[in-house]
Design a protein around this ligand. Structure first.
Ligand code: COA
Ligand code: AMP
Length: 622
């Protein structure tokens, strides 16, 4: 079927389209109610179907001829280790881990927070939760205690799973002090904290709270898969919104499994049995969907890489992994390629490896900028495909549907809407815009399977954040346009969310933290353009009192505050102390103008500006 036929079928009759795709997975009880509307008026997929996501990812394959196929390759240059797990071995490890959780009283619907580095236990514990019908919430290892504490309070987990440390290139990051501090800060204390001791650091254990992972596993009995309904939650993944409180995106079992299965062939053009590598982190949505669930549900071999694109040990690391493990498709964030290109512009390191297995390169997380696209396409001579998606959807909204019909690539575009996503460009008033006109990107309801159906514990926030701006549409928070050929160009966020090295962060949250400093009267944080990381946060700060104050010292304190409250990953390292912030007469800070000034772009001083001298002062400081 051509892309257009497939896409039209998905838009004209979504229920029939997805009922057919749902037959590709092994339900315990196939759904008869494919698309319904719940008591909050939200569309739900496969409400009466019964399944288990861990069964689909592991047991199904063990029982259907893949027991001895490698399911997982753990490749860790930072510890000099590699480990391979067959589907049978992984199923057995997951069943034991599920038994360990069960022994702690974890049951269907209970939450488990996972704060682990990129080690097999991260993937094993996610699948173990899915096996029990419990809901996991993975917290990215780069987050500081307050971020973990907020998630503990929101998800109210029964158990927290962690390890003694993570490893950042050659730096050992001790996790246990972070976890202990977070538990101390949180109102909700998990009943049990299970700690994996890694050889690089030994965590100190607290009697009553902590349990040694190895010991607990040794005592565990394997647990079987528990049937859940299509609409039961599989996981909560917190993501940055415009305020300090992260949003708990809820992913449901049924729609997610169907979308994962479909995407592996339609978007990534991967067959069961092939090796697929998403070089991301299990703490982000890309890691959830394409390190763990997508490849395993599809019967592939997935790679879990504990390292960086550069420095572990060099910019040839990705190419080594690809050639050593026979990777067919690589998926990562453009920032990783920019880092490699900077270190090895001629790709000399890549030439040391046989990369004949590599058939496609996928990029997402931020726009694939044309210079990086061209470097990749010319160097590797394989299709290089940008695709656009968000934590909220769990899979691509726009892509080059490589497995259906490869479309010519237009540099700077993520190609066309994925079947199921009725993407429209709207103006401020909600009217559809013609091609080539830039506006707000919205998706006409119903959203396809796998997209969020609520924010954990707060359906009203879900509605007000996403569904109320344009009734009948989901607002994505991104701006962009379609060209006359129907190619979609994403031009960036229209809210206070920024993208730093593929990590989604909230400038609103940083403003809240900076604003807490006793010397700060007011502040603004914007995302400035950065050649390597895409964007970097930058603060503008007005002090309460400047007498006897050293601005540089205050800036250093602010940098330390953001690092302490969000984590190193926020990369907040730059702030300017200014006399006043540029504002409109109604008091709105002119963040867009500030951004354009810092980036050296053209800008028009808004006629509503209260005090044009504020901009002049900043221009001089820059
Ligand atoms: N645990 C603890 N700290 C972490 C961390 C983790 N899991 N991940 C990152 N950090 C720290 C880093 O050590 C760094 O600390 P520093 O300020 O003390 O040096 C800081 O957070 C910023 O990290 P990062 O954004 O990774 O920048 P970097 O300069 O260390 O590396 C890249 C640059 C491009 C190599 C790196 O950002 C990268 O690999 N990006 C790919 C991102 C990605 O896969 N995104 C997923 C979406 S698909
Ligand atoms: P996250 O929820 O962390 O996946 O971040 C989602 C945001 O990243 C989107 O709203 C976009 O702003 C940005 N993004 C992701 N993929 C792309 C892409 N291919 N092109 C442009 N922006 C992207």
């Amino acid at each position: 079927m051509s892309y257009q036929d497939e896409y039209q079928a998905s838009i004209n009759d979504p229920a029939t389209f997805w009922a057919e795709k749902a037959r590709q997975i092994d339900w315990y009880k196939p759904p008869t109610n494919v698309l319904s509307v719940d008591e909050h008026g939200i569309h739900r997929w496969f409400a009466d179907g019964e399944l288990n996501t861990c069964h689909l990812a592991l047991d199904y394959h063990v029982d259907n001829g893949r027991a001895d196929q490698i399911a997982l390759i753990y490749d860790s240059p930072v510890t000099n280790q590699q480990k391979k797990f067959s589907y049978r071995e992984l199923r057995d490890e997951v069943a034991l881990c599920a038994g360990m959780l069960k022994a702690q009283g974890v049951e269907k619907g209970d939450r488990v927070v996972i704060y682990l580095p990129m080690i097999p236990e991260a993937l094993i514990s996610m699948l173990a939760c899915a096996r029990l019908g419990a809901v996991h919430s993975v917290v990215f290892g780069g987050f500081a205690p307050p971020e973990l504490a907020v998630r503990l309070d929101d998800a109210t987990p029964k158990v927290l799973l962690t390890a003694s440390c993570g490893i950042e290139i050659n730096r050992v990051i001790e996790y246990k002090p972070i976890v202990d501090k977070a538990i101390e800060m949180a109102e909700h204390k998990p009943g049990r904290c299970i700690v994996l001791q890694r050889s690089q650091a030994t965590a100190s254990m607290q009697t009553g709270q902590d349990l040694d992972w190895e010991q607990a596993i040794a005592d565990a009995e394997p647990a079987a898969c528990v049937a859940v309904r299509g609409t039961d939650p599989l996981y909560i993944l917190y993501t940055s919104g415009t305020t300090g409180k992260p949003k708990g995106v809820v992913r449901e079992n049924g729609g997610h499994a169907v979308a994962m299965k479909y995407s592996m062939s339609a978007i990534y053009d991967i067959e069961p049995g092939e090796v697929y590598w998403a070089a991301s982190d299990v703490g982000w949505v890309v890691g959830h969907s394409y390190i763990v669930y997508g490849p395993l549900i599809h019967g592939c071999t997935t790679v879990l890489y504990e390292g960086k694109p550069i420095m572990t040990p060099d910019a040839g690391a990705f190419w080594r992994v690809i050639s050593e493990h026979g990777v067919k498709a690589l998926f990562t964030a453009p920032t990783a390629f920019r880092a490699i290109k900077k270190e090895d512009p001629e790709a000399l390191l890549a030439r040391q490896y046989d990369l004949s297995c590599l058939q496609t390169i996928f990029a997402a997380g931020e726009r694939l900028d044309p210079p990086t696209y061209e470097w990749l396409a010319e160097t590797f001579k394989v299709p290089v495909l940008d695709h656009w998606w968000q934590t909220e959807t769990g899979w691509a909204i726009a892509a080059n549907l490589h497995g259906l019909e490869s479309m010519p690539v237009k540099s700077g575009s993520s190609t066309m809407p994925v079947p199921g996503f009725n993407v429209q460009i709207l103006d401020e008033a909600g009217h559809q815009l013609p091609s080539d006109e830039q506006g707000f990107i919205a998706i006409k309801l119903p959203l396809p399977p796998s997209c969020l159906t609520t924010i954990w514990g707060d359906v009203e926030r879900f509605k007000s954040n996403y569904l109320e701006t344009y009734p009948g549409y989901f607002t994505t928070g991104d701006g962009g346009y379609f060209d006359e050929d129907g190619y979609l160009f994403i031009m960036g966020r229209v809210d206070d969310v920024i993208n730093v090295a593929g990590h989604r962060l909230s400038t609103g949250e940083m403003e809240e933290i900076v604003g807490k400093h006793p010397m700060v009267a007011e502040c603004a944080v914007i995302g400035r353009r950065d050649e390597l990381k895409g964007q970097l946060p930058m603060g503008f700060v007005v002090l309460k009192d400047t007498e006897g104050v050293k601005p540089d010292e205050i800036v250093q304190e602010l940098v330390a505050l953001v690092r302490q409250d969000i984590g190193a990953v926020a990369a907040f390292k730059e702030a300017l102390v200014v006399g006043r912030l540029p504002k409109t007469r109604s008091g709105k800070i002119l963040r867009k103008t500030l951004r354009a000034m810092v980036d050296g772009d053209d800008y028009v001083v808004p006629s509503t500006i209260e005090d044009p001298a504020a901009l002049d002062e900043i221009k001089v400081l820059l």
